[in-house]
Design a protein around this ligand. Structure first.
Ligand SMILES: C[S@@+](CC[C@H](N)C(=O)[O-])C[C@H]1O[C@@H](n2cnc3c(N)ncnc32)[C@H](O)[C@@H]1O
Length: 298
């Protein structure tokens, strides 16, 4: 119902004569330039990035990423007129070699070159694209204007002023940000020297999107896990060892291993590696929330 009201808002504005055009599943509404800037800042876009804007409108997202941050990328849109306009805008901005626009359905677009995906699409369309987004390389960043991606919790979410926004009365926008998570659920084991003797740690990780639920044992006895976090392929686990005290294990998954370092309460840093001895499925992979068509803007 909320979605229906949101879509209704967009259509109401269209009827009110604002320069916006309904096309595909999502009508054309521009992201105000200050929100574009904030989205690219939130995703920390740099010259190393390849940005893909899904439903690129007049091209402002990729053109700004190229002009202000030195990135490369492309946008796709179903509206041929907007694709022409975006390519013209890229030429005028002097970034046509790094910002290109194609007349293409986002659902038929290969997104694998992206390090950053930007979206300003209706919530239902985001939900339909979720499987495609979650299948991207772990670590790919996604930033969305106004709407979430089903029940995938964002890593960052905030509201900001959006002067000149062509929809909504509040002149506010929401920015939401995710990092595509790796799949790390399962049972992990490693040995750590603690108080002069080798101790065996076993860590059980359950996963739903990037959220981890962790429990552990030390030589078979329960060991409290203070925190377990996942950002792309980077894992951090914090637990208190009897002799070392509060110890931070941080590393990157490589096949069935995690390679990284530990840092104990005394500040001592040592190499750390763990091995996955049992793979489990993440909850969002076993039972993704269904895509429900709640409304149709056609
Ligand atoms: C709300 S506008 C956003 C424009 C631009 N990204 C911005 O933020 O200013 C959404 C755009 O998505 C396009 N669009 C809708 N469905 C699409 C699809 N399946 N594939 C490609 N583009 C689509 C529309 O034509 C429209 O230009």
């Amino acid at each position: 119902m909320r979605n229906l009201i949101r879509a209704g808002t967009l259509l109401l504005v269209l009827a009110g004569g604002v320069q916006a055009q309904e096309f595909g599943d999502t009508p054309y509404v521009q992201t105000p330039q200050n929100v574009v800037d904030a989205m690219l800042e939130t995703a920390k876009v740099t010259a190393k990035d390849f940005v893909i804007d899904l439903g690129s409108g007049d091209g402002r997202m990729v053109i700004t990423a190229a002009k202000k941050r030195g990135a490369r990328g492309f946008g796709v849109d179903l509206d041929k007129r907007l694709v022409r306009l975006a390519n013209d805008n890229a030429r005028k901005a002097g970034v046509a070699d790094r910002a290109k626009f194609y007349d293409r359905d986002l659902f038929l677009t290969d997104l694998s070159p992206a390090t950053v995906i930007t979206i300003y699409l209706l919530p239902e369309v985001n939900l339909m694209a979720r499987g495609k987004l979650l299948a991207l390389a772990p670590g790919t960043r996604i930033v969305s204007h106004d709407y979430g991606i089903g029940d995938w919790p964002p890593d960052v979410e905030y509201e900001m002023d959006a002067p000149g926004k062509p929809v909504g009365r509040s002149q506010k926008s929401r920015v939401l940000y995710w990092v595509v998570p790796d799949l790390v659920a399962g049972r992990w084991q490693w040995t750590v020297e603690d108080g002069g003797k080798p101790r065996r740690v076993e860590l059980l990780l359950n996963q739903n999107y990037q959220k981890l639920e962790a429990s552990a044992t030390l030589d078979g006895a329960p060991l409290a896990v203070e925190r377990a976090t996942l950002t792309g392929r980077d894992i951090e686990v914090v637990m208190a060892l009897p002799a070392r005290g509060r110890t931070i294990f941080s590393g990157t998954r490589i096949n069935q291993a995690i390679e990284g370092r530990l840092r104990d309460a005394a500040g001592k840093s040592l190499p750390w590696s763990a091995v996955r001895v049992e793979i489990r499925d993440a909850a969002h992979v076993i039972a993704p929330t269904p895509v429900v068509r709640e409304f149709n803007v056609e």
